[in-house]
Design a protein around this ligand. Structure first.
Ligand code: FAD
Length: 483
């Protein structure tokens, strides 16, 4: 590191081979893989060649977000159901806006990425024979999903971080990326460095400017969370889309954002068991008065309405093809319309759904077969949603308790929230952007597709980070940027 004074500002300059921007699950794995590949090649002191730069180590979706059981979607590991990378790729591309070669690479690299996490210590459940057990998620025709609980992606980031710290890689924290330094034009264009503001070092006279020069840049700064008012992105997740566009990176499928029902006081997805226990959903006026069972006007029967609430569990994202004929995304539309009227919407785990005078009263046995069979199979036929939730998934209750919300005594305010950008920046099959030596991984990469199966974003982040690291070390080399 050296310092320079320009216009009265002290600027710290750092020189590395590769800078990874972002310390979520994708960024952490890329740094780990860079270290390992350099080490395998006998490169001296990988830790002096690689650095991670982040606006905040505890920030970002990986470390702050989740759901009842945050899902990791991987190739099937069942001992009796065969899976293939091609079939995996077909599931990823099914909804469109997802390149076939990227989807295939995500399938081929899936188990490698998954077992890398297992070996790093992420506590994915396995049986005594060593099988990593799968279950079904939204848009998932097979049982490829697994979970390490509500905080899967946090565990991933932390386990990977431990390893890169063991390598001695420096993580520059509190560094908000504000500009990319570019040279050249057309095919010769390169990003040769990034400018950050160290938010902890900003004073009246000093902006805390740092410049990180690099041969290779890996962008892993997550989604454009701060763009949305009604959002389940964690607070503080700003992203770097603006400066990336300014530097000349090409976007792809950017309009494809994913939305779904989430709690707003504490930002958390209410997918999975939160819905499968079939809570009452009601609205109030802005002051919390005038309770209404606003869903009831749109459903022909209690059975249909309650079954749709159940199905929102694993048909979680809003899906325009699941609205007509009283399918489950009708609920998102009705909730959205209700909040647009200035009303507030809540889930109440202390009560079963309440109907109108044209409906039968709720009876769990009246649920349609898919819901009833599931609840019977999981022994979750208790009389109240909160008791069913406690039976099916106690950590789903604990996570709210940790954040000062007691589901045993209070309703949970929800809204249809922006959750994920399924587009992003264009990449090739090594996750390299249209600017050579600059790679885009994790949520920022435009690889996800409109109907990504739940959990596939985490798989994509692991595969992309591994492939970017492999390409950098083997094709671009490990030299440190020169002053
Ligand atoms: C509520 C919720 C539930 C989810 N559930 C699932 C799920 O079940 N399964 C699944 O596969 N996916 C899920 N996702 C999506 C998944 O969490 C993300 O795709 C993934 O965590 C993104 O990881 P990442 O490493 O790309 O970015 P993040 O984990 O978002 O990390 C971004 C990093 O960049 C840093 N950063 C941001 N802006 C700047 C800046 N200006 N300058 C410097 N650094 C910056 C941040 O501090 C952070 O370190 C969910 C997302 C949310 C919000």
């Amino acid at each position: 590191m050296s310092t320079k004074t320009v216009a009265g500002q002290t600027i710290k300059e750092h020189f590395f081979n590769t800078i990874v921007v972002g310390a979520g699950a994708a960024g952490m794995n890329c740094a780990k893989k860079l270290c390992e590949y350099m080490d395998q090649k006998g490169v001296d002191q990988p830790e002096k060649r690689i650095a991670v730069v982040t606006a905040g180590l505890p920030l970002g979706a990986s470390r702050m977000s989740g759901s009842d059981k945050q899902t990791y979607y991987k190739m099937g590991t069942s001992p009796d159901i065969a899976d293939s990378a091609e079939s995996f790729a077909k599931s990823l591309t099914a909804g469109g806006c997802c390149h076939g070669d990227l989807a295939l690479a995500e399938g081929i690299g899936s188990l490698r990425g998954f077992f890398n996490l297992v070996e790093a210590g992420v506590p994915f459940p396995n049986d005594p024979m060593g099988t990593y057990i799968g279950y079904k998620t939204d848009h998932d025709p097979y049982e490829r999903a697994t979970s390490a609980g509500p905080k899967t992606s946090k565990f991933m980031s932390q386990c990977l971080e431990k390893i890169i710290r063991r390598f001695g890689v420096e993580i520059f924290d509190h560094q908000e990326a504000v500009e990319f330094l570019t040279t050249g034009q057309g095919d010769d264009k390169r990003i040769i460095g990034i400018v950050t503001l160290n938010r902890k070092a900003v004073t009246e006279n000093n902006f805390g400017i740092n410049v990180f020069y690099c041969e290779n840049l890996v962008l892993a700064a997550g989604g454009p969370g701060a763009l949305y008012e009604t959002s389940v992105y964690p607070l503080g997740q700003t992203g770097i889309h603006g400066i990336a566009f300014k530097a000349g990176l090409a976007g792809e499928n950017l309009t494809e954002s994913q939305f779904g029902l989430a709690s707003t006081k504490f930002r958390w997805n209410v997918s999975g068991t939160y819905m499968q226990v079939v809570p009452r959903i009601f609205s109030t006026d802005a002051d919390g008065n005038d309770e209404r069972e606003f869903l009831t006007d749109f459903f022909p029967s209690m059975s249909k309405m309650a079954t749709d609430i159940f199905l929102k569990g694993y048909q979680w994202p809003f899906d325009p093809q699941r609205i007509e004929n009283h399918q489950s995304s009708l609920i998102d539309v009705i909730v959205f319309n209700e909040t647009q009227k200035g009303r507030r919407v809540f889930m109440d785990f202390l009560k079963n759904p309440i109907g109108n005078d044209k409906m039968d009263a709720f009876a769990i046995e009246d649920l349609e077969d898919e819901a009833l069979d599931y609840l019977k199979a999981t022994d979750a036929m208790q009389p109240l949603p909160i008791v069913r939730l406690k039976h099916m998934n106690p950590p789903a209750i604990d996570i709210y308790t940790e954040h000062g919300i007691d589901l045993f005594t209070e309703p949970l305010e929800i809204a249809v929230c922006a959750q994920h950008n399924n587009g992003g920046f264009g990449i090739d099959r090594w996750w390299q952007s249209n600017i050579k030596h600059t790679f885009v991984i994790g949520e920022m990469a435009g690889s996800h597709g409109v109907k990504r199966p739940g959990g596939s974003a985490l798989n994509a982040g692991q595969v992309g980070s591994q492939r970017a690291a492999e390409f950098i070390v083997n094709a671009y080399g490990c030299e440190i940027a020169k002053e």
